[in-house]
Design a protein around this ligand. Sequence first.
Ligand code: ADP
Length: 288
Amino acid sequence: MAIWNLGSINADIVYRVPHIPAPGETLSSTSRQTFLGGKGANMSVAAARAAAHVHHIGAVGADGRWATERLLEYGVDTSYIAELDTETAQAIIMVADDGENAIVLHPGANAEIPQATLQAAMAEASTGDWLVTQNETNLQRTAAQLGKRLGLQVAYAAAPFDAERVQAVLPYLDFLILNAVEAEQLQDATGTAPRDLPVRDVIVTLGADGADWHGANGKAHFPAMKVVPVDTTGAGDTFTGYVLAGLDRGMPMAQAIALATKAGALMVTRHGTADVIPDFSEVQAFQS
Ligand code: ADP
């Protein structure tokens, strides 16, 4: 089986600054580093590190060839990443000495993924494969609809949260994953609690409090592992990639969540995103 991920690919450019600049202020950075990022890329890397066969569907500009190459190095199939005549998405991340941050996100190629690229990918997908999307690209609804029609299992990570976008894909979903804040926002927008949504499996992640799974047999809670977190970015993406990889391999949901819980905990003990997502053997060996 395989996972098809219609997802964002970002250049995360991290500027270290003495403080977050005020309106009108000009400030020199003390360092600058570029990392592979984007929720989509993170999930592809996590699922590939969890030993799944992952095809990323997305787009970059010529300035993002390095990102496509890095995904390939990390074991992700990049045949369906289009190179467009536009810029690769960028996250300009300022991190101040006191840990405060501010981010400007430029969607670039993530918002212009050609429909033909999606269609070419879906033509290669098999019944029972997984299709996953998040809210950082165009074509989410088209992909969910197409995936469902082709007999794929359709998953959505509702982040960054947008009530209209989630509601547009809801009718096609087998699996929805969101964090506690997003779950509350969805309930405010729809008046429906996660357990009552018309989706087979819903997972609400709760950070250091673990995760709740609302499935056919009701709710099950999975406590988090006890670790000392140093950087919580990418925890949710890592968790989602591991759950999908487990399900794709035929694991029961509870077992897939148990594996993802370990991966998420290990991830928060590391600085960084895609580049530091733990691999399957590290996750299996991890005990807190
Ligand atoms: P998001 O990054 O999308 O907000 P969460 O913060 O809920 O997602 O994290 C996803 C999962 O990662 C959690 O369900 C949990 O299993 C694990 N996790 C996150 N933060 C911690 C933490 N501080 N300690 C242990 N596990 C954590």
